[in-house]
Write a protein that binds this ligand. Sequence first.
Ligand SMILES: NC(=O)c1ccc[n+]([C@@H]2O[C@H](COP(=O)([O-])OP(=O)(O)OC[C@H]3O[C@@H](n4cnc5c(N)ncnc54)[C@H](OP(=O)(O)O)[C@@H]3O)[C@@H](O)[C@H]2O)c1
Length: 297
Amino acid sequence: MRILVTGATGTLGGGLLPALLRAGHQVRALSRKERESSGRIEWVWGDLISGKGVADAVHGVDAIAHLATSGPKGRGAVDVPGTHRLLLAARRARVPHLLYTSVVGVDRAAIGHLRHKLEAERLIGESGIGWTVLRATRYQQSLDQRLRAHSAFPVMLVDRSLPWQPVHTGEVATLAASLLASGPEGREYEFGGPEVMNTEDLVRTWLEARNVRRPCLPVHYPGRLYAAQRDGELTTDADSRGIISWRDYLHPAPPALSDDFASEHTASPTSPANQPENDPDLHVYGGDEGYERPTRS
Ligand SMILES: NC(=O)c1ccc[n+]([C@@H]2O[C@H](COP(=O)([O-])OP(=O)(O)OC[C@H]3O[C@@H](n4cnc5c(N)ncnc54)[C@H](OP(=O)(O)O)[C@@H]3O)[C@@H](O)[C@H]2O)c1
């Protein structure tokens, strides 16, 4: 299939493009920046707010993965009027399927940014185009960026009463790719991370993994959206969940080794591979002779 991805340069887009390529699709990726096309990725310029480039972008595609967002500070400009423009163009081009990425809890707590996401879901449902909605919990990658920004301050403000369920964008992307392959279902899916944790666990795990020292000051985050989160409205107990935990994400395993490399490096101390005369580094540096172990100054 040829699939248009809006928001292709974003946090989730970075996981979805490789997932679609692995599944054998052609990808058309939309961005407001000019980029070079290469291989099976065709980059097209377009802006969902002005509408420029959108008609060309949807032309001849079999499905659209609509990820673009103006985020919590963007007053829904991409999510609502931008989605509306995309739907008009997609209907004219007779695109059979649009998958929209939304947020767990939009139906229970349509507050602030989530109100715009819910409105976009409504437009999509009424558009006459085949659709699927994938609602996910907060992305691990985006929480990581947010905590990095917070750590610029001398203390971390921590509201222990809030539950979080961070999910890995790679897993959201894999699910999105399989929903695109199975075609429009006219329903919403919820997908969250494998565990629910409070802000203190979230922040302390991050501080330890990133080797950052900051005191954590207990506070109460104000506002209706945090109140809804406190009540568990932004987490999901859907059966379908990711398996990559927050800790796994922050401490990724080293890349898998090839069989040859692994057997050589896990051989017993007496195996030929581990004898000093077979170690090229020892020959280069003359073995232990003259070698000084680095010490702390
Ligand atoms: N972040 C989370 O934790 C989270 C959790 C659940 C669901 N979601 C949803 O998942 C989707 C992807 O989120 P994300 O965090 O990956 O987004 P992101 O990193 O904030 O990226 C936003 C994307 O939107 C595009 N965009 C912004 N304004 C645009 C415009 N006027 N015209 C065309 N494209 C525009 C940007 O592309 P260019 O700058 O290249 O034009 C960029 O690729 C969104 O629907 C979001 O609501 C996010």
